[in-house]
Ligand binder design. Structure first.
Ligand code: PHE
Length: 488
């Protein structure tokens, strides 16, 4: 119907200047006309140009007054010629009407609002506000002063209106045949397939965007840490072995074989293969010596070191195993100073709770040079943590079997208003470095932290199970924002 009217109008007058005027002249709903125009335009039956107009329309309050009259007139009419007490008047009229009516009836000098008594100042009044609102409703123009007054009273509001001007398009015709998109069995049975006009394929239609390829927050934060290390001149160590021998994970680090961390409560042992095949024998011998009887100025632990214990395969419990392999490797060649880092997964047989999982990621840095001191370690830590936006650090002595001295690292957290632990650090012991074959004056400073902790802080996640593992909400992975460290 409406489509036919548009096409017929164009056929006789060539153009339709305003779809709004057209709709009201023909008695159509403008929204319906707009939908038809869009479709006709798409099929090039018509050529439609958008037009925008601004027009004043009534607010809900304005609409109410077109029926009931303005509050001031309602109030005026409620006051009889002989006057009325305020109390009586208030009983007769709705409180909001009374309030607004009082304001304008006084302003207009229609009523004398005495303390006790209300009386008329004029014989009768006309409801100009209602008349103006009715004019706006009919789309008539009114003067700017009246518009301003009604707008101020929030009785009218400006609405932008979108419509179209039309002229004939290249495919213009008086009738549009509905194109068939599906060719069905029924078409064949009925035999009407002969007369069908089939819709052409649209080979340039855009397909749905593919849903995939999102980076996990841990990967984003890892990338940021990587960039910081690289800016500071660190090289990445190869971390591609989750399975490690106890030898590299513990023994090489001068961690005694009875150390509680080796207990199956803390460490996952492998069943198959349960032990490592090869270890560097001469180095193993020196490690055994240093555990049993010391050397290099140390007493050792004075116990019977067992090769079977060192052979046991474990899931690495820390990336310091990676650092130990690397230090041993560089000790086999003439020494040159080095800076290394690693960021990868480690495993601990821990009870899972909101801050602990059985697997997590460690970030570790080492600097290895002649004559490094604790001051160098503190300096490097300052450089590193300042780049993370943590420039006030404090250190607390602690114990690690492989470092001496060892320090926990604390940073002041502005949000929590307290010092929070952000990492662990130390200088590798001579009992670890010298059996590897490093020169005596070479020291190595190192530190480690978890990747999960800063990631949870950065992404506002307070339960680690919401970050990693089967309970993670996939939409978090799809929508998490990019990460920029140390930039406010
Ligand atoms: N390996 C330690 C840990 O697992 C971290 C650390 C790395 C400590 C290097 C000192 C030196 O917590």
């Amino acid at each position: 119907m409406a489509e036919k009217a548009i096409l017929e109008q164009l056929d006789s007058t060539e153009t339709i200047a305003d779809s709004g005027d057209f709709s009201s002249a023909k008695g159509f709903d403008h929204n319906e006309i707009v939908n038809i125009i869009k479709s006709l335009h798409g099929f090039k039956f018509v050529d439609a140009q958008e037009i925008k107009k601004e027009k004043w329309v009534l607010t809900d309050e304005g609409k109410v007054y077109t029926a009931s009259g303005s509050p001031e007139v309602q109030l005026f009419n409620a006051v009889p010629p002989e006057g009325i007490s305020r109390e009586e008047l208030q009983k007769k009229i709705d409180p909001s009407i009374y309030k607004i009516g009082t304001l304008y009836a006084s302003k207009n000098r229609w009523l004398d609002m005495g303390k006790q008594q209300v009386s008329r100042k004029v014989q009768d009044v006309t409801d100009q506000v209602k008349d103006l609102l009715l004019q706006i409703k009919d789309g008539k123009a009114i003067n700017q002063e009246d518009i301003n007054a009604l707008k101020k009273r929030k009785l009218i509001t400006l609405q932008t209106w979108n419509g179209y001007s039309l002229k004939k398009g290249p495919n213009f015709a008086l009738e549009r045949k509905k194109l068939v998109t599906d060719f069905t069995r029924e078409h064949l049975q009925r035999g009407d397939w002969r007369n069908l006009e089939l819709k052409e394929y649209n080979f340039s239609a855009k397909a749905l965007p593919p849903d995939g390829g999102h980076l996990h927050p841990l990967l984003k934060v890892r990338e940021q840490f990587r960039n910081i290390f690289i800016e500071l001149g660190f090289e990445e160590m190869p971390t591609n072995n989750y399975v490690e021998s106890s030898f590299w994970n513990f023994d090489a680090l001068f961690q005694p074989q009875q150390h509680p961390a080796r207990d199956s409560h803390d460490t996952f042992f492998l069943k198959d293969p349960s032990s490592t095949r090869t270890l560097p024998e001469d180095y193993v011998e020196r490690v055994k010596q240093v555990h049993e009887s010391g050397g290099y100025g140390s007493k050792g632990y004075e116990y019977d070191w067992k090769r079977e214990e060192a052979n046991k395969n474990v899931l690495r419990t820390h990336t310091t195993a990676v650092s130990a392999r690397m230090l041993y490797k560089i000790a086999q060649k003439p020494f040159i100073p080095r800076r290394y880092f690693s960021i990868d997964r480690v495993f601990r047989n821990e009870a899972v709770d909101r801050t602990h999982l059985a697997e997590f990621h460690q970030i570790e840095g080492i600097v290895c040079d002649r004559g490094l001191t604790l001051g160098d370690l503190m300096g490097v830590l300052h450089d590193f943590f300042t780049r993370l936006g943590m420039s006030s650090l404090r250190f607390k002595p602690t114990y690690n079997p492989y470092t001496e001295p060892s320090m926990e690292i604390y940073s002041y957290h502005e949000g929590l208003e307290k010092w929070v632990e952000v990492g662990n650090s130390g200088m590798f012991r001579p009992e670890m470095l010298l059996p590897m074959g490093l020169p005596e004056d070479v020291t190595a400073i190192a530190w480690g932290l978890s990747l999960e902790r800063p990631t949870m802080i950065l992404y506002g996640i307070d339960n680690i199970r919401d970050l990693f593992g089967p309970k993670v909400d996939l939409s978090l992975i799809k929508r998490n924002p990019i990460c920029r460290l140390g930039i406010d």
